[in-house]
Design a protein around this ligand. Structure first.
Ligand code: NDP
Length: 281
């Protein structure tokens, strides 16, 4: 398909840039990963991080905690990694066990080692348009848009989903590019207004986690469609957008799998290398 925006070639190009940057750093680079409890999705993400780290010559340290771990113990683990000079970056895998508050955990990571860009200081820098690190999935979406040669200035851009890790940081990044940004969420759907917002989008980005939420016929002719959603349906991985019908109308569209997914881990590694080269980690 001519209008497919695939993430893998972009990820390969960025990994080559990272290899060149890493070759100039005269010390081992260590990424510490804190993983509390058992979760199939997080396990798959960890394996993908391990594989990419190995490809780039980055040491990946996995710190496994059991699902009944107390919140203070997770914070102690992060604080020990904050204090360890051999560790350059820290990622805490999501989802955490329900009794552990992600806001407190992300706030316990020192900004200079926060590879996910989610601690309050790094989110603050994003708000002011000067981030050192950008939340990985939002960064992956922006790279895909850039690779499609899309000028966002003045474009009607609709983001569906307002989570802290995807929708909210994405809205800030799109505003930096002078897009006109509408953010839709559960309230929009409850008010029966999702379709009317989607229909006006020149650029549509969907990050919800509900297969088929966006009907293909809602997509404006010539729109750019970025589908972040990952859903398992009848043994297959699908996105949030009805792909076949949307692809007939879109000028560019990301597949699921193979769109945003392959880029997300690469963005994590880019954040790590940025922190090291800027002397933060
Ligand atoms: P969250 O569950 O944290 O957020 C989902 C968002 O969708 C919330 O803002 C929620 O609103 C909103 N929402 C829920 N139902 C509706 C609805 N019917 N209409 C409109 N909005 C709705 O998920 P994440 O942001 O973490 O992830 C979103 C999706 O992206 C998931 O499928 C996830 O697997 C995928 N993902 C993919 C990545 C990749 O690399 N490709 C990386 C990260 C995530 P409210 O909170 O108000 O209910």
């Amino acid at each position: 398909m001519e209008n497919l925006l695939e993430g893998k070639p972009i990820a390969e190009r960025i990994k080559n840039e990272l290899r060149a940057a890493i070759a100039t750093i005269n010390k081992p680079i260590v990424l510490a990963s804190v993983h509390a409890g058992e979760n199939g999705g997080a396990d798959a993400y960890v394996r993908s991080q391990q594989k990419t780290a190995k490809e780039l010559g980055i040491t990946y340290q996995l710190h496994r905690l059991n699902g009944s771990v107390r919140e203070e113990e997770v914070i102690e683990c992060v604080q020990a990694l904050n204090a360890d000079n051999a560790v350059n970056g820290i990622i805490v895998q999501m989802p955490l066990p329900p009794h552990v508050d992600y806001t407190k955990i992300s706030a316990s990571i020192v900004p200079g080692k926060d590879v996910e860009g989610m601690c309050p200081e790094n989110i603050g820098k994003l708000l002011f348009g000067a981030p050192v690190v950008v939340p990985c999935t939002a960064a992956a979406v922006m790279e895909i848009i850039k690779s499609g040669g899309i000028d966002l200035c003045g474009k009607e851009t609709v983001v569906v989903g307002h989570s802290e890790i995807v929708g909210k940081p994405l809205a800030l990044l799109l505003l930096e590019e002078l897009a006109t940004v509408t953010v839709c969420h559960i309230g929009t759907s409850k008010a029966g207004k999702l379709e009317e917002h989607v229909e006006k989008a020149d650029v549509l980005i969907v990050a919800v986690g509900k297969a088929g939420l966006i009907h293909g016929e809602w997509v404006k002719e010539g729109a750019v469609v970025i589908d972040v959603g990952i859903n398992r349906e009848k043994g297959k991985i699908v996105g949030d957008v009805e792909f076949e019908t949307a692809a007939q109308r879109a000028s560019l569209i990301t597949p699921v799998p193979g769109g945003v997914g392959p880029l997300t881990v690469t963005m994590l590694m880019r954040n790590l290398v940025s922190l090291v080269t800027q002397g933060n980690a």
